[in-house]
Each structure stands twice: as C-alpha cells, then as structure tokens.
Write a protein that binds this ligand. Structure first.
Ligand SMILES: [Mg+2]
Ligand SMILES: [Zn+2]
Length: 278
C-alpha cells in the first residue's frame, strides 16, 4: 500500500456538475429552487426541494435516473481506478448528500474504490421522500473558517479527523482535490508534505491565489479531467518513487485580488515565504 490518502470533493470535481442543481434542473424545479434560495440555508433547501418534488409525484427512482445522467468523464474514472491500483486510500468529502453520491458511484461501478464518504446524511422515508440532513448541527462558522464554510459542514473539521487517522495508520501524505469555496478551509489544514489540487478558475483556486501564504501544502492546479488524471497520477508516482515536485500554478493567478478572509479572521500567515510564484 502507498502511504497516500487522496481526498476528493464530489461536485465539479468527480462529476462535472453540481449534483443538487443537476437533479433540480432535470426534474423541472429550477424556478422554485431559485425562488426559495434566498430564504433558507442550501442544505435545508435541498431537503425542502425533495419534499416539493415528492408532492409533485416525482419518485426516488426519478431522482436516481436524473443522477445517473450526471456527467462523469471517463478520465476521472480511470484516474480513480489507477490511484486505487497504486495503493492509495481514496475518500470523498462533499456537501452533496449520501444518496446522490452513492447512486452516482454505483452507476459507474466506483463504490468499492472509496474507503469513506463524508457528506450530508440522507435517507428515503416511509412515504418514499428523500430526506437530507446537515453533516453537523447548524453552527456559526468556526473562527478559523472565515466565512468560507457553510453552516452545515466544515470540510476543515473532516480533514483534521482524516489527518489524525492518517498519522495513526502510518500513512504519510494527503492529496486533496476540489473546486469550491468550501474546499479552502481543508486546504489550509494540509501540511507541507501534502498536496492540494484546486480546479483552475473555480472559487477555491481564486481564494488560494489571493491567499497563498495560508497554504502550506504544495499546490497543483488542474482544469479538466485530462489534467486531473495526469497530475494526480504524476504526484502519486512521484511520492511512491521519491521524486521531487514543486507547486504549479499558472501566472494569471497573480492577477486575482479577491479578498476572502473575513475581517475578524484569526488565521496566522505562515512565517515562511509562499512556496508558489503566484
Ligand atoms: Mg465541488
Ligand atoms: Zn471550515
């Protein structure tokens, strides 16, 4: 076994869309979704949307059929299988929900490649309605998150737990892949020997580009499924064979000036100079 844990975000990382929006759009409920969006947290809204769809006569099978059509690039599938074959421990950290993720993984024959799925719990109730709950009790953001994490899930907390298990299990390196704002908090918890793969031109990449000093891990951006497969397997092989790598971010990164850490942020910038050139 390689001493590597690979942690994937799900929406817009494993699949090339947001599964929540995908289901809502496919089942024709986009207008209602947009109408309710300003009135409640996203996690509560998805549970409410499932209630609405159920009352409109949409079944759990209709939802599953929609999920099976979500785009998942063959290169992502081959990357997951190759990383697993190289002995990596693959996990998912996602703000979608368990039913959506398991339905999609099963459809593509990927269920057994992941040792753990950290996401919002969900189940089908006695009347056939999908219920979706928060991963954690709604809380105000932990001070270390700034305003990056939604109230129902801090991926940074999940990352800290995985890090503890990585150390306990003798595994040494973490590679984290993601695209969204919520992927920044866990990225700041990675160590110098770890790697973060932000999706270029997506929110987490923009935030990292604006705050490189908050990231200790080596940064390797990716744009599409081909990139993801090539870069991920390169990093895994480099770790296995003890080769040196260095952060790779495109030069346009330096033009990003989006302030993201809230004013009261207590994050302490590293003393060392940033390890990237953006
Ligand atoms: Mg995502
Ligand atoms: Zn957080």
């Amino acid at each position: 076994m390689a001493d590597i844990v690979v942690i994937f975000d799900f929406d817009k990382t494993i699949i090339d869309c947001d599964s929540d929006n995908w289901v809502v759009d496919d089942l024709g409920a986009t207008d209602l979704f947009n109408q309710l969006l300003p009135t409640m947290p996203w996690n509560t809204l998805m549970d409410t949307m499932m209630k609405e769809l159920h009352s409109q006569g949409k079944t759990i099978e209709d939802i599953a059929e929609a999920l099976k059509k979500a785009p998942l690039h063959p290169k992502i599938i081959s990357a997951i299988k190759a990383a697993h074959a190289l002995g990596c421990d693959l996990r998912i950290v996602s703000d979608a929900n368990l039913f959506f993720i398991e339905t999609i993984l099963k459809h593509h024959g990927l269920t057994d490649y992941f040792s753990e799925i950290n996401t919002n719990p969900s189940f089908v109730d006695e009347v056939g309605r999908l219920r979706i709950f928060p991963h954690r009790e709604f809380t105000t953001c932990s001070p270390s998150c700034g305003d990056m994490c939604p109230p129902n899930m801090c991926k940074g907390v999940v990352l800290e737990r995985i890090k503890a298990s990585v150390l306990a299990g003798g595994r040494k390196r973490v590679i984290y892949l993601g695209d969204g704002k919520g992927d920044f908090c866990p990225s700041t918890k990675l160590r110098e020997q770890d790697y973060v793969m932000p999706r270029k031109d997506y929110p987490v990449w923009e935030v990292i580009c604006s705050n490189p000093s908050l990231i200790k891990a080596e940064i390797h951006e990716w744009s599409n499924a081909d990139d993801l497969e090539r870069i991920l397997l390169h990093l895994i092989n480099s770790i296995i064979f003890g080769l040196r790598t260095s952060s790779l971010l495109s030069s346009d990164c330096k033009y990003q000036t989006i302030p993201i850490i809230s004013a009261q942020e207590p994050l302490t910038p590293r003393l060392a100079a940033p390890r990237i050139a953006c």
